[in-house]
Design a protein. Structure first.
Lengths: 260, 298
């Protein structure tokens, strides 16, 4: 199973440290509580009066708990990057840490194509990166491997992330064959729940071996389409060209008549 | 240029309108037309056998097949599911190798590379042509251990030196698609602290993946309200609940506790309005986010 129906979420407060002030609290805290209709966890990062960029630089960010949520005071440069690991604290850890039998799911995402990174002038009309399907999975491990010996408060440690990068040849082959079975007037489409297109016949019209420009919103293919914009540009250029041509002809003709 | 075009156009008109001296008469032309028609008819009927082909086409029974597409769609879904589940099983096996605490005295990086090669060998033997890279990014340092498959990508490519824990793909692997609501309170901050605040925001935005939803709300002035609600006695919400605890021991236990306490608190309060309208972060942040996300295995 690769379907993950649950979304993680959180509210992050990046504070200048003024949350010590009651006036600031009376503005910020009601706003947060009012907007937190989904009861997301709240994590506050507060900048303490900056002492020295090197002070406490070896000490990781320390968290405390308040009635509002998790809270941490940042006193060193490294705490800025430590704060970015907030995502490890908003997910439920697996009860079963064995990767083979764990109920946790793998993540699947597609990347690559014309819009995958900032395009350079040399990239136009080409696919500048390989198109890649990545499957990744977080690996947790309890200190006590024996479930029977494990205490109720035991929590697993995040070891890291394993991943595969794969090409899309097989995916395209499967969908091309389905497309051929469906005849001339029907075709298959693969779209992610977020509207990103993985497979569409317009991607294959140049008969490339691989899919390209994946992750484009499906509306670009189904509602507008590339051809519309290309035709619009070409039509505009041709219209303007003819317009200026006739203007020039008319002005030349009138000039000759006037010179007569 | 326009004069040249005009000259060519006039020249063409002149040539077209110039009368040509009669070199034949209507009887000769009619004879040529009859000969050509006869030859064309003979070519169609005798050489191409067009009437026979037409007769064959008319006589053969026609079968029209109408497909609803549901069967084909189900077949496609099943084949894709099988394809992905096979890879998922292999990824789990690789994860099990990395997960195993007993390395037999082998250095961890060497062990991971050997495990990756073993997985690739197993997949290749079973006919797989998809796999291009196998990697493991440990959470203690964020440096990826990469094995690139020879023949499908550059086997000498190296993993990037950036800390992958600050990338969207890593955060997505750990937390999945997520919703992040960020509130930045910039009131009364001194320049060095403000730099730290900006750097923190920068790191957090780097962990956003394309399927995440992000809201960003800034408060820049001391008199600027964030909302119109007023809940009394909020100051007490920021007092510590108990002893300080260290969450850095690699668990999200703290978050679970906070969620429970928030749920308890929420029962005492009324939450009526939805979240604020989303404010998209600056385009530069998104562009940088995507570029870093992609640069991982380049």
């Amino acid at each position: 199973m690769l379907v993950n129906k649950k979304r993680a979420g959180c509210i992050l407060i990046l504070s200048s440290g003024n949350l010590d002030s009651l006036d600031v609290q009376n503005v910020v805290v009601p706003y947060i509580l009012e907007k937190n209709v989904h009861k997301l966890p709240i994590i506050g990062f507060h900048v303490e009066k900056y002492k020295d960029s090197t002070s406490s630089s070896t000490v990781p960010l320390q968290y405390t708990y308040t009635k509002l949520g998790t809270s941490a005071w940042m006193t060193a440069d490294r705490h800025a990057s430590d704060a970015a690991y907030y995502y490890t604290r908003i997910v439920g850890v697996p009860e079963n840490d064995d990767p083979l039998s764990s109920q946790s799911t793998s993540s699947l995402h597609f990347w690559g194509g014309l819009f995958a990174r900032v395009p350079s002038p040399f990239d136009f009309f080409t696919s500048n990166t390989p198109n890649v399907m990545s499957m990744t999975r977080a690996i947790f491990r309890y200190d006590e491997l024996d479930v029977g010996q494990r205490s109720a408060d035991a929590r697993p440690v995040l070891l890291g992330v394993v991943g595969f990068d794969m090409n899309l040849f097989s995916l395209k082959d499967i969908l091309d064959s389905i497309s051929a079975d469906l005849g001339r007037t029907s075709f298959p489409i693969v779209v992610t729940p977020f509207g990103d297109t993985i497979y569409h016949p317009l991607q294959t019209k140049f008969k490339k071996k691989e899919l390209f420009d994946i992750n484009i919103d499906i509306s670009n293919y189904e509602y507008v389409g590339y051809n519309f914009w290309i035709l619009l540009v070409v039509w505009t250029i041709l219209s303007l060209t003819w317009f200026f041509f006739f203007v020039q002809v008319l002005s030349t003709y009138r000039g000759q008549r006037l010179s007569l | 240029m326009l004069h040249q075009i005009l000259f060519l156009a006039l020249f063409f008109i002149y040539i077209s309108s110039t009368p040509v001296a009669a070199i034949t008469n209507s009887t000769t032309v009619q004879s040529w037309a009859d000969q050509l028609a006869s030859k064309f008819t003979s070519f169609l009927d005798d050489t191409m056998l067009a009437p026979n082909i037409q007769k064959l086409y008319d006589d053969v029974p026609v079968t029209t097949t109408i497909k609803q597409g549901s069967v084909e769609s189900a077949a496609a879904a099943a084949r894709l599911s099988t394809l992905l589940n096979e890879k998922d099983q292999s990824l789990r096996q690789f994860g099990k190798m990395v997960w195993s605490p007993n390395l037999g005295g082998v250095a961890h990086e060497t062990y991971v590379i050997d495990s990756a090669k073993s997985i690739v060998r197993s997949l290749t033997n079973s006919g797989d042509e998809q796999i291009t890279r196998v990697y493991f990014t440990p959470h203690n340092d964020g440096k990826t251990i990469l094995h690139s498959v020879d023949g499908r990508t550059d086997p000498k490519e190296n993993a990037s030196n950036i800390d992958e824990r600050h990338t969207g793909w890593y955060a997505n692997a750990v937390a999945g698609p997520k919703d992040v609501f960020i509130i930045v309170d910039e009131t009364g901050v001194a320049p060095p602290s403000f730099d730290l605040l900006k750097e923190t925001l920068h790191h957090i935005l780097n962990t956003v993946s394309p399927n995440d939803n992000v809201w960003l709300q800034r408060r820049t002035g001391p008199s600027e309200p964030l909302g119109t609600s007023s809940i009394s006695s909020t100051a007490s919400l920021l007092t510590p609940l108990g002893d300080h605890q260290d969450c850095n021991s690699g668990s999200s236990r703290g978050t679970q506790q906070v969620v429970q306490k928030l749920l308890a608190l929420s029962k005492e309060m009324e939450y009526s309005q939805a979240l604020a309208s989303p404010l998209v972060s600056s385009a530069a942040d998104w562009i940088q986010m995507f570029s870093q996300n992609v640069s991982r295995s380049k």
